[in-house]
Design a protein around this ligand. Sequence first.
Ligand SMILES: *Cc1c(COP(=O)(O)O)cnc(C)c1O
Length: 463
Amino acid sequence: MSRSAHPAGPRHADVLPEGHYSAPPADLNALDPKVWAQTVSRDEDGALTVGGIPVTRLAEEFGTPAYVLDETDFRARARAWRSAFGNDADVFYAGKAFLSRAVVRWLDEEGLNLDVCSGGELATALSAGMPADRIAFHGNNKSVAEIRRAVGAGVGRIVLDSFQEIVRVAHIAQSLGTRQRVQIRVTVGVEAHTHEFIATAHEDQKFGIPLAGGQAAEAVRRALQLDGLEVIGIHSHIGSQIFDMSGFEVAAHRVVGLLKDIRDEHGVELPEIDLGGGLGIAYTSDDDPREPHEIAKALTEIVARECEAARLSTPRLSVEPGRAIVGPTAFTVYEVGTIKPLDGLRTYVSVDGGMSDNIRTALYDADYSVALVSRRSEAEPMLSRVVGKHCESGDIVVRDAFLPGDLAPGDLIAVPATGAYCRSMASNYNHVLRPPVVAVADGEARVIVRRETEDDLLRLDVG
Ligand SMILES: *Cc1c(COP(=O)(O)O)cnc(C)c1O
């Protein structure tokens, strides 16, 4: 690793362009436990360690960029969710956040269930031995082949997302001589996003069947008549990166309202209610997520209260956290390449990955934090933008961050809280090879998803 001198970048005092940051942190070497995985700390040499292994050693052994996943933390979070909800509720991990066979086995061992939303996710879950009856199958456009496979495998529930799918799943189940347990996904007119929610959001989206205009009630009416279906409950998912529980309160109120209407019309009390996922995590020190036990208490109480008011017996609750379990457990380690100070603006720090391993900044204008992790530095903070190596000016990993002014090519920097929706949304843009996922625990590191190779790329290119 060469380390060449370069002119120090502009200081924060030079300019504070509009951005998602305030003042530089008091200590650039500090690793806020809110945003870093549980076993992360700095060793005497100043390098970050995780699971007892210095990140410098991980980079040497596995290369960069790499996702480093703290297995101890993952299991602890999975367990915390499981025990917070207890035996009267089910926790379904949302596999789309990040899925691999190792993760499936951890979930199985920790007693969680699993959401999948494609044939590929279902295949991964089944091949790692997740019992089918603990798998839920989601999606707004499941293919006939996917439905057939899910029903044939005996998945615990299929979440129905349209009128056509009600008929399709019923037909397939019947042709396979079975009765499929299903939930009906409704849109409740609540849209939750980070710190706010809108209780009167219009149902203008591709997922679910609107409660509005009696459409959801009509869906239930039709599903109840079909022999191939066993309607077990109603499903609602209101958004992502939610901190405020009031959106769930409104959603639960409206879903329970539907359960009551169903009871009044059909004389059946559906036994389950699923309130989805979307619970927020800390990407930066400004975020204050709730603990699983607080979330469990709030949701359980909300559902109990609403059911009591509607004189319904309390249905079995399920939740579907994805990000809240895996998000904080991983960070991405990059090697610093080109450093480009732009006078009066900021310093562009290029890394050996980018939007191909983390699309969230470009796609959602997401905030991330970043730290120098191969050493400690006492240099002045330097207002930086961490960018990737792709041929696209929107290729930004961390929009606004302070890094030490003596940052140099060859240094390792890491972006925390990249466990969710980074590897799972990774691409091959510019034929960049997707990074590995390295799991660490108790002083041991192992690859659970290997780095892509040029052979992998060329194998698909059969021309
Ligand atoms: C995406 C999704 C989840 C998980 O969302 P997180 O923000 O990762 O918790 C859960 N349920 C459904 C139906 C989803 O679409």
